[in-house]
Write a protein that binds this ligand. Structure first.
Ligand SMILES: *[C@@H]1O[C@H](CO)[C@@H](O)[C@H](O)[C@H]1NC(C)=O
Ligand SMILES: [Cu+2]
Length: 250
């Protein structure tokens, strides 16, 4: 994985070729039809010429990451300079979303975490910095160490997919799903963790009545010194402290 400095020094096409990281290219609801997610290359396409999708776009043309020194920037919410998806996934509380990453490197082991934020009004005109995220699920370490088996290995083994359930009983409304992988292969060094957040608009229907518990601004989710952020993957361990707030009961 090139350092941020290296990434900045490269021209855009080179970075794209050099990279094997990913983004959420598509989503299904309860195993249904494919819904396009996002593609970093759409960011620069003229208005109206790129697909209109529920996935947020960002300046991650290298399929790259947000580093811990940017945790106090709104870039950590939905990736760099993100702009909202222009449609919604329509789903009901209790439905299962399957998120399809286009690819993922085996070396990039770490947690997969899901958050929801309710939009005040339309998510299609929301700003990343205004969202307040409630953690709804998390998974990370499975077994072994140095580096061991991680939920990212499971994701790769199941065709680069990861499932998330929209909490049963959640009240209808407009929400942003913040789906995130944190790659730990360089996390033994300060500022070495790599966050790959992806945001997707969801219009939740159904008959739930539970409102989301109060969330956390993305800029307050993590700090560079959290034990799950500064973590040596190439060492001996038998557990891993997943960073961020507790999973909410909804
Ligand atoms: C794996 O996912 C891709 C989309 O990323 C899809 O086109 C393909 O059909 C999937 N393969 C299987 C075996 O499900
Ligand atoms: Cu990398």
């Amino acid at each position: 994985m090139p350092s941020l400095a290296t990434v900045a020094a490269f021209s855009l096409p080179l970075v794209q070729l050099a990279s094997a990281h990913g983004h959420v290219a598509g989503i299904t609801v309860n195993g249904g039809t494919w819904i396009q997610g996002t593609d970093p290359n759409w960011y620069y396409q003229p208005e109206g010429s790129a697909p209109t999708t529920p996935g947020w776009r960002a300046l991650n043309q290298d399929n790259g990451f947000v580093a811990p020194d940017a945790y106090t920037s709104s870039d950590i919410a939905c990736h760099k300079s993100a702009t909202p998806g222009q449609t919604y996934i329509e789903a009901n509380s209790g439905d299962t979303l399957t998120l399809y990453w286009n690819t993922w490197p085996d070396s990039h082991k770490g947690p997969i975490i899901n958050y929801l934020a309710q939009c005040s009004g339309e998510c299609t005109s929301a700003t990343a910095g205004s969202l307040s995220f409630t953690k709804i699920s998390e998974a990370a370490y499975l077994s072994g160490s140095n580096p061991g088996d991680w939920v990212t290995d499971t994701m790769i083994a199941q065709n680069f997919t990861s499932d998330v359930e929209i909490p049963a009983g959640l009240a209808p409304g407009n929400y942003v799903l913040r789906h995130e992988i944190i790659a730990l292969h360089s996390a033994g060094n300060q500022n070495g963790a790599q966050n790959y957040p992806q945001c997707i608009n969801i219009k939740v229907g159904g008959s739930g009545s539970n409102t989301l518990p109060t969330g956390t601004a993305a800029t307050s989710l993590y700090t560079p010194m959290d034990p799950g952020i500064l973590f040596s993957l190439y060492g001996s361990f038998d557990s891993y402290p997943i960073p961020g707030p507790e999973v909410a009961t909804i």
